[in-house]
Write a protein that binds this ligand. Structure first.
Ligand SMILES: Cc1cc2nc3c(=O)[nH]c(=O)nc-3n(C[C@H](O)[C@H](O)[C@H](O)COP(=O)(O)O)c2cc1C
Length: 183
C-alpha cells in the first residue's frame, strides 16, 4: 500500500497546510492506509502547465494510479487552488483512465482510493459568512475528485491571516482533526 503525499504551499516551513499533511502522514504511515510513502513537492518541483505534447508523459498519472492513499496540502490562493495543484490535476484527469463518458453521463474510474486534503486559508469562508461564495478550493476539489470516483475528506485551518492568536487556535484545532482522520 502506498501513500502519495503532495504539498503545494509556497510558504516552506511557515506553511500550515504542510504542517497538517505532515501530521496526517506521520499518523497513518505503517497502518492499513500505506507503508510506502511517495512525496511530491509541487512548489519546489512544479509540473509544467499542460500542453498537448505533455499528454505523452504519463508519469504523474501512473504515480497517482499506483497510490492507495493521497494526502494533499491545498492552501487557498486567490480563492482557488494553487496553479501547481491544478497542473497536477490536469495530468490525472484522463479520459479512459480516471473517468469515462457513458450513455448515463460521466463515470469515475479511480474509486477505491482514500484522499485526505488539508485546506489552509487566510480568511473565513464557512456557510453564512459574507465570503462563502468565494470559496473555490474545497468546492473545486470535491467536484474534481467526485468526477473521477473519489469522495475526498477535508481537514481545515482557516482565518490564519486574521491574527496570530487565531492562527494558533485554527492550526491546533486542525491538528486535532488530523487525529480523528487518522484513527
Ligand atoms: C499568493 C497568495 C494568495 C492568497 N489568497 C488568499 C485568498 O484568496 N483568500 C484567503 O483567505 N487567503 C489567501 N491567502 C492566504 C493563504 O491562504 C494562507 O496564508 C494560508 O495559510 C496558506 O497556506 P500555507 O500556510 O499552507 O502556505 C493567500 C496567500 C498567498 C501567498
Amino acid at each position: 500500500m502506498t501513500i502519495l503525499h503532495i504539498d503545494t504551499s509556497i510558504n516552506g516551513d511557515n506553511s500550515a497546510s504542510r504542517q497538517l499533511t505532515r501530521s496526517v502522514v506521520e499518523q497513518i504511515k505503517g497502518s492499513r492506509w500505506g507503508e510506502r510513502i511517495v512525496y511530491r513537492d509541487l512548489a519546489a518541483n512544479p509540473i509544467p502547465h499542460l500542453t498537448l505534447d505533455q499528454f505523452a508523459d504519463t508519469s504523474v498519472l501512473d504515480e497517482f494510479l499506483e497510490a492507495d492513499t493521497l494526502v494533499i496540502g491545498a492552501p487557498m490562493y486567490n480563492f482557488g487552488i494553487p496553479s501547481q495543484l491544478k497542473a497536477w490535476f490536469d495530468r490525472i484527469a484522463i479520459a479512459g483512465k480516471t473517468f469515462r463518458y457513458t450513455e448515463n453521463g460521466p463515470e469515475g474510474l479511480a474509486g477505491g482510493k482514500r484522499v485526505i486534503v488539508a485546506l489552509a486559508r487566510g480568511g473565513f469562508y464557512g456557510e453564512g459568512t459574507p465570503t462563502a461564495a468565494f470559496e473555490f478550493v474545497e468546492r473545486y476539489l470535491r467536484a474534481a475528485f467526485n468526477f473521477i470516483g473519489i469522495e475526498p475528506e477535508f481537514v481545515l485551518a482557516e482565518g490564519l491571516a486574521v491574527s496570530p492568536e487565531q492562527r494558533e487556535t485554527s492550526i491546533s484545532q486542525a491538528l486535532g482533526e488530523t487525529v480523528r482522520l487518522a484513527a
